[in-house]
Design a protein around this ligand. Structure first.
Ligand SMILES: [Zn+2]
Length: 274
């Protein structure tokens, strides 16, 4: 079967991870722009990072037969520096027409501060002006519920934003409903350390249904792994879901969300049954 990891930071991963993904059936990934683990010193660092996302990673991925797409933005963690953020935002519009850019992301909030909200709103405005899809990072742990509420109310108050072209990522049980009730897509991120285990992700899929949800590893430079996504595939299958159901969640749903961009060519598939 074919799998898509719709949220992974390949710049931080080894070639062994690409090899693992290829062996496990991952055929495509999407990589949102993110924090590097340290604050970058200037906008030119971001210009280089965007080149890495659009030139280097697609080539690395292609060596393993994996399609690589990207999303561009300044992340919430570095948005505290409003002046620098605005310099970075100015770099992005000319890159949005690149054939491997799916939209603006992962934008959102980290600590729910005033500066983060200002830069979030400016990036939503940029996405709306350029008719881009949006990928949203929601805060982890204690700040998640409040942050998700702030993010969705900003998006809902902007008449230019079509909810079906926005994905709210890193959802948990208490935020998934906030996202989907407003018509947004929702992402589940399976982590080794913050308790969103493969079993819990499968519980959520079974309780909430698979409409407008995708599952990702969000692997980066921290404790995370592409194996968490494929373990979730195994757990979902072990529970007796059909191969078609497995394909719907782990391949077709990412294709449905990404397919709203004409740059994404893969289509949802039917799996032959015997
Ligand atoms: Zn991420």
């Amino acid at each position: 079967m074919k799998i898509i990891d719709p949220h992974i930071h390949c710049v931080s991963r080894t070639t062994d991870d690409y090899l693992y993904m290829a062996r496990a059936g991952v055929v495509a990934v999407s990589e949102p722009a993110f924090w590097a683990g340290y604050d970058r010193s200037s906008a030119s660092s971001f210009a280089d990072y965007f080149r890495h996302l659009l030139e280097v990673e697609p080539k690395r991925a292609a060596r393993y037969g994996i399609d690589h797409f990207a999303w561009l933005c300044i992340n919430a963690k570095e948005a505290e520096d409003v002046a620098l953020s605005r310099e970075v935002i100015a770099l992005i519009p000319p890159l949005l027409s690149h054939p491997l850019v799916l939209g603006v992301g992962e934008i959102g909030l980290n600590k729910n501060t005033r500066n983060e909200i200002t830069i979030f709103e400016e990036q939503v405005d940029m996405a709306a002006k350029h008719d881009q899809m949006i990928l949203i990072h929601t805060p982890h742990l204690a700040d998640k519920h409040k942050g998700t509420g702030i993010i969705t109310s900003i998006l809902k108050n902007d008449a230019r934003i079509k909810p079906e072209r926005v994905l709210i990522d890193h959802c948990e049980e208490h935020t998934l409903r906030i996202a989907r009730d407003a018509g947004f897509w929702a992402g589940l991120t399976v982590y080794p350390v913050t308790k969103m285990t493969p079993a819990r992700a499968c519980d959520i899929l079974e309780v909430y249904g698979r409409e407008k949800i995708y599952v990702n590893s969000a692997s980066d430079w921290g404790e995370s792994s592409p194996t968490l996504l494929t373990d979730t595939v195994l757990e979902f299958r072990r529970r007796g879901h059909s191969e078609q159901e497995v394909t719907e969640v782990f391949y077709n749903n990412p294709c449905r969300f990404f397919g709203q961009s004409p740059k994404w060519k893969r289509k949802p598939e039917s799996v032959a049954t015997d």
